[in-house]
Design a protein. Sequence first.
Length: 292
Amino acid sequence: MNTSASPVLVIVSGLSGSGKSVALKTFEDLDYYCSDNLPVNLLVEFVRSVLEPRDENSPQRLAVGIDVRGRNDLGTLAGWRKAAADYGIDARLLFFEADDDTLLARYADTRRRHPLSHLGLSLPEAIARERELTAPLRREADAIIDTTKLNVHQLRRRVITEFAMSHQGKLSLLFESFAYKRGVPAEADFVFDARVLPNPHWDPDLRSLTGRDREVREYLDAQPEVQRYAAQLEDLLDTWLPKLGSETRSYVTVAFGCTGGKHRSVYLAERLARHARGQGWQDVATFHREQD
């Protein structure tokens, strides 16, 4: 690990119901050291406690959730953020929001209570009050993400490709699985068809599992066709992916498709991601469109 680079701190904030939890879980899945509902005045103390002593074992990427649940003056975040930067941290603030109708619909679907409901406010009033309280964070944000028209899968993918992976001159890799019946991902740079491989779906014991489960991995690992297919893909990508690093792009998407996007494509995406990490690629993520 290169400890000379500044550690990255991503502050995830915004309106309740706008997708902050999805974003923070995505950062966690990408090996960010995460903490949710952190009071603003504990930001610097949290960073110091996690990073000290600064050595090869210290996490280089952190993500924290800060919002109205912290019961602090959110207007003070700018000062605490500057203190973190003075400590040598590359601190970035992402603010998530959605329109009122969308937030109301999401609360109706989940039946969750709004964090300001303890004030005796109706849901529309609580949403309006939260917009007022979080306005200082919105003004300070490096990026504002409106999730009104995004579903969970779209939001997760956007967080992965635009914010969670490195954009400091290094090429990042995203290995994605999908179902052909729902169409090929438009953003894919490489697409490989896994429908030529044996299908675990036809084994009753494997049908309910996915390519991330041990039983499915062992089944596919035991198939000679799968081993040959994967080895050829590894050789192809080992040869050509490094040549894309000289271009002005920040990430490459390698997509694998099968009938349902559940077994073979998921297995290959996870396997090739592990292989890429073993080859020294530092920013590698997986995204399973039909599963995540």
